[in-house]
Design a protein around this ligand. Structure first.
Ligand code: NDP
Length: 279
């Protein structure tokens, strides 16, 4: 029997580690599936998905720049996808395209389960107000932090996100500000800006870090990002987004296959491979 077909759709998509992650999940859970990269033309996301579904495709991960189009294409949405306004996971069933967003859940799983940092009652700082920050909002608030500050270069976007957060939680103390206005230390600082892509970092005062702070960069690379280097120089503990990537994949895999893969083991393997690639 032909294995069930899954893809990661993006443009570009050649860099995606999702095929390696899902192949390993399938191996470790004895699931028969085939997972490939699928490059969609920038103006052809919908047609690419329909073609894949017509060929019997069962599910897809969606990466840049198509997460908003995937949101629009889905015929049913999870609550967290509705709040994120973006979809990174599609499940195809006869007459139905289910859209989910597992990015924020992946972030929280990596912080709470893998790093062992409980977010309940903590003071959180979220840097950035783009797609990744929006996806993280509900899963972060569900952990019941005491306070969440959203800081962004464009303040209006942080304020929009704050409005959404206000409708999701009446227990968490919520505020927005510019990077330059931050002074107080935070328990957890999550960098959801894309500054790291250019080895840049938002202008943060040294006082936002302490040695108890967990500094988390959603981006990952073999070498620490500029944000993580800054955090370490002020004594904070650091973690990059590789675990988030593996955990969001695990959540998608569980949605498709109703089996939870051993994400901790796969994360350890991915980390070793990433370090070896730089050796
Ligand atoms: P978006 O383009 O949607 O948002 C980018 C955000 O970064 C905006 O808030 C923008 O501010 C801010 N920003 C960009 N450049 C700078 C800068 N130089 N200084 C300060 N702020 C800046 O991107 P995403 O939300 O999709 O992605 C954000 C990051 O998260 C990326 O690094 C991405 O790789 C990572 N990510 C990781 C995942 C994982 O699984 N590990 C999953 C998803 C994302 P402004 O509003 O002012 O433009």
């Amino acid at each position: 029997m032909k294995a069930d077909q899954y893809v990661v759709i993006g443009n570009p998509v050649a860099h995606s580690k999702s095929p390696a992650i899902h192949a390993r999940f399938a191996e470790l859970t004895s699931q028969q599936l085939d997972y490939q990269r699928l490059l969609a033309p920038l103006d052809g996301f919908g047609a690419t998905v329909r073609d894949f579904v017509a060929k019997g495709g069962k599910g897809a991960n969606v990466t840049l720049p198509f997460k908003l189009e995937a949101f629009a294409l889905a015929t049913e949405l999870s609550e967290r996808a509705k709040i994120a306004g973006a979809v990174n996971t599609l499940k195809f069933e006869p007459g139905r395209i289910y859209g989910d967003n597992t990015d924020g859940m992946g972030l929280v799983a990596d912080i709470v389960r893998n790093a062992g940092v409980n977010l309940r009652g903590k003071r959180l700082l979220l840097l950035g107000a783009g797609g990744a920050a929006r996806g993280a909002l509900l899963p972060l608030l569900q952990e019941q932090p005491a306070a969440l500050t959203i800081a962004n270069r464009t303040l209006a976007k942080a304020q929009d996100l704050l409005q959404q957060a206000n409708s999701l939680s009446d227990r968490c103390e919520l505020q927005t500000c510019r990077f330059e206005d931050l002074q107080q230390p935070f328990d957890v600082i999550i960098n959801a800006t894309s500054a790291s892509i250019n080895d840049d970092v938002p202008p943060l005062a040294a006082t936002v870090f302490s040695k108890e702070t967990l500094a988390y960069d959603m981006m990952y690379a073999a070498a620490p990002t500029a944000f993580l280097r800054l955090a370490v120089s002020h004594g904070a503990q650091c973690r990059d987004g590789l675990g988030m990537l593996v955990e969001q994949a695990a959540e998608a895999f569980a949605l498709w296959r109703s089996v939870r893969p051993p994400s901790g083991q796969v994360l350890a393997e991915m980390r070793a491979a990433l370090l070896a690639s730089q050796a």
